[in-house]
Design a protein around this ligand. Structure first.
Ligand code: COA
Length: 275
């Protein structure tokens, strides 16, 4: 007898996906306790089998408009998640990152539904996938809609790792040749931009576990080494070695980071000056 692959039931899919399971539990509690939000909890979460389906619905609702009909956009986002399973893994890692590192967040559901930094990263993941498929016009349209809706402007060509937190989101700008590696955290109004003096590969490379404070401008094709910290409001024009702290305008190295991955611990403390 031929063995046919059975289609996973919703219960199977939920059981093997703890992040999705937690989101569904939180949505069920909201549907029960907050009648005004019950239909949203069903439409955005409880009607869907997978986190990817829920996120496709949520992003399409946020970003769709007359030029970009939500139904068609939802299909494109689902196509991206179906074609590259790593996107779904990255979404889960980003949700865990928000939950671990944002002291104001004690939920997996709230970032999914409401946090524009998280939603902007997921929009970028889809626009980057489109850009890789040579569907540049749609990729740039998504960038533009993300900028209008989330106030976060990320060029589709820029490369993102996973487990990334953009807290608050407002005013973040990330240029074409920027790289943001795994477990980076940044706050609002961060720019990863060019100096205006370079062409081609002209944007910063942010290595694993870097923490970038609010309003920092990191300019040029410079490397911010693994586990470094950038002070709020700094203008960084020079490379920052791993596990060092840079602060000021223009930024200088002001010390070493005590912790291994400041982005994960959200350790904003400035070290004592080195002699
Ligand atoms: C100011 C700027 C145009 C460079 O001008 P420049 O005349 O070529 O200046 P240089 O790079 O030679 O730097 C001269 C000095 O000014 C400092 N400096 C440069 N840009 C600075 C800035 N934005 N803020 C503070 N100091 C700055 C440099 O550290 C350097 O100091 P030093 O002489 O003590 O080493 C460039 O650094 C800049 O800020 N560009 C804006 C780009 C931008 O807005 N990008 C965002 C894109 S999204």
């Amino acid at each position: 007898m031929a063995i046919t692959a059975s289609k996973d039931t919703t219960a199977d899919l939920v059981m093997h996906d703890p992040v999705w399971q937690r989101i569904r539990e939180e949505a069920a509690a909201i549907a029960r306790d907050e009648p005004l939000l019950a239909s949203m909890a069903y439409a955005a979460v409880l009607h869907h089998e997978r986190l990817e389906d829920a996120l496709s619905y949520i992003l399409a609702q946020k970003l769709g408009n007359a030029e970009l009909p939500p139904l068609g956009l939802r299909e494109v986002i689902q196509e991206a998640f179906a074609s590259d399973p790593d996107l779904g893994h990255a979404v889960r890692a980003d949700l865990v990152a928000v939950n671990e590192r944002d002291p104001a967040c004690r939920s997996f559901l709230k970032p999914l539904l409401f946090f524009k930094g998280f939603q902007a990263i997921q929009n970028h993941r889809v626009s980057h996938w489109l850009w890789q498929q040579k569907r540049e016009t749609l990729a740039f349209l998504l960038q533009s809609r993300g900028s209008e809706v989330f106030a976060v402007d990320i060029n589709p060509a820029s490369k993102f790792g996973r487990g990334i937190l953009i807290d608050h989101g407002t005013g973040v700008v990330i240029g074409e040749t920027a790289v943001v590696e795994d477990n980076v955290s940044m706050l609002q109004n961060v720019t990863l931009g060019g100096t205006g003096k370079e062409t081609g590969d002209r944007h910063p490379k942010i290595r694993r576990g870097v923490l970038i404070g609010a309003g920092a401008k990191i300019l040029g094709n410079i490397e911010i080494g693994e586990g470094a910290k950038i002070g709020a409001g700094s203008v960084v024009l020079i490379p920052v070695p791993p596990h060092c702290t840079a602060a000021g305008v223009p930024a200088k190295i002001v010390g070493n980071c005590e912790c291994e991955q400041p982005a994960r611990e959200m350790d904003h403390g400035l070290p004592f000056h080195r002699d």
